[in-house]
Design a protein around this ligand. Structure first.
Ligand code: GRF
Length: 208
């Protein structure tokens, strides 16, 4: 059974999807053992506590240097014996130390079809604003491994979602969460926990 550590900063609907997927057996061979938040007020922490999951908080602003924060986060995750780290709306950039310590063991969910609307500055509603501005007819979500290139790691699963006339960024965000993020993130986690993902030439290859 793999230990899954989930990193959050906000409402935690993706965390909830993971908790529900673990309970219903969609996530095979994995257990969420700790939720770490960058924000002590995150509702995601309540979701963890309501489900008997250990929590921890680490704030970037409590460290002068980024390198000290990076080291502390790495140590914290290691102390929880993480096999897999999931970024579920974690709003702090990860540093070299944590990324290299968990190479191809950190999964992020991005609310667009990478390589569209991704990279620095594309987070939260900004992603959906950019998609609507461009007038794309399809957007969606991507579950991918994290490397040192922002939103540039190997893609594990993508799911397209239609963009409709009259969509606002908020409406599109909600549709993408419901139809894509909350499904493919648990699926990607389950594949990882069953050792079904291999990374070859920077591409994720799924075996069934
Ligand atoms: C989601 O849109 C996710 O794609 C992005 O951050 C948001 C987190 O929402 N990375 P929640 O905290 O899971 O509700």
């Amino acid at each position: 059974m793999k230990n899954i550590i989930v990193l959050v900063s906000g409402g935690g609907t993706n965390l909830q999807a993971l908790i529900d997927a673990e309970k219903s057996g969609i996530i095979k061979n994995g257990k969420i053992t700790c939720v770490i938040s960058s924000n002590p007020g995150a509702y995601a922490l309540e979701r963890a506590k309501n489900n008997g999951i250990e929590t921890a908080v680490i704030r970037r602003k409590d460290y002068d240097k980024f390198s000290a924060y990076d080291k502390a986060l790495t140590e914290l995750i290691k102390s929880k014996n993480a096999d897999l780290v999931v970024l579920a709306g974690f709003m702090t950039i990860l540093g070299h130390e944590v990324i290299s310590a968990f190479e191809n063991r950190i999964i992020n969910i991005h609310p667009a079809l990478i390589p569209s609307f991704c990279g620095e500055g594309f987070y939260g509603l900004r992603v959906h604003e950019a998609a609507l501005e461009k007038g794309v007819k399809l957007s969606g979500a991507t579950a991918h491994f994290v490397n040192e290139i922002c939103d540039g790691g190997p893609i594990i699963i993508q799911k397209a979602v239609e963009v409709r006339d009259g969509d606002t960024p908020e409406i599109l965000q909600k549709r993408i969460m419901e139809q894509a993020e909350w499904k493919i993130l648990p699926e990607a986690v389950s594949l990882f926990c069953q050792d079904k993902i291999k990374v070859i030439n920077n591409k994720a290859v799924i075996s069934e």
